[in-house]
Design a binder for this molecule. Structure first.
Ligand SMILES: [Fe+2]
Length: 223
């Protein structure tokens, strides 16, 4: 992480905002030569200019210094667009309703992308009364394990921390849950729609059984 605003950040922000060096200079009450010096790493803007620079580009001073601008268009945050940030050093997991600038152990965390579940990360979901019982067929060794599971509805999140040598399973109240996420420390974040998962499996099962029975009857009648 930068300790102070860099020339590259100023240039990128200026170009993104379609401003010339002169236009930026005039807004700040400095010469365009000064702006040019900042951008080529031959000088820094005075600390009293940080706030005006941030204001011109519509970002916070923290974002200006970290070089990480967060344009959170999702103002009315939606739980279903939840983001998870996972620290690669300690495994800390942070949930956010939108994008955010988050650091842990000195590392700028990026939101992790959720993949559809795969053969190495098979999920089994059962309805047990008012809960989903979710089990993942996966190793739980210290080197390779599922570190958390989360069930997200439009108005809430249920999160369960899992540990190596434990079981890769969790229970969630069904009410309103639209997505179930889980994180493998090696392979990243996965997501599944619990309703679709269960319904599809049941439908597929019923279908095939029904078809077999119909075939048997047909065999008896016409075979
Ligand atoms: Fe894995």
């Amino acid at each position: 992480m930068n300790q102070y605003v860099t020339g590259t950040v100023i240039r990128e922000l200026r170009e993104k905002n379609k401003m010339t060096q002169l236009q930026l200079a005039e807004k700040l009450g400095v010469t365009d030569k000064s702006v040019s010096k900042w951008e080529t790493g031959k000088g820094y803007p005075d600390i009293t200019l940080l706030e005006p620079i941030a204001n011109i580009f519509g970002i916070s001073v923290t974002e200006l210094i970290s070089g990480n601008t967060v344009q959170n268009a999702n103002v009315s945050s939606n739980m279903l667009r939840s983001k998870f940030y996972v620290c690669p050093v300690c495994g800390n997991c942070i949930h956010s309703m939108g994008e955010a600038s988050i650091h842990c152990h000195g590392v700028q965390l990026m939101p992790v992308d959720a993949e559809q579940t795969d053969e190495q990360h098979m999920v089994f979901i059962e309805r047990v009364e008012d809960e989903y019982y979710v089990r993942i067929d996966h190793s739980m060794t210290k080197k390779h394990y599922i570190s958390f599971m989360a069930a997200v509805s439009s108005d809430g999140i249920q999160m369960v921390k899992l540990y190596p040598e434990g079981n890769a399973e969790a229970r969630f109240k069904i009410k309103g849950v639209k997505r179930i996420f889980f994180y493998c420390n090696r392979d990243g974040l996965f997501v599944i729609d619990p309703v679709k998962g269960i319904d599809d499996r049941e439908a597929a099962y019923d279908d095939s059984r029904e078809r077999k029975e119909l075939e048997k009857i047909a065999d008896k009648l016409f075979g």
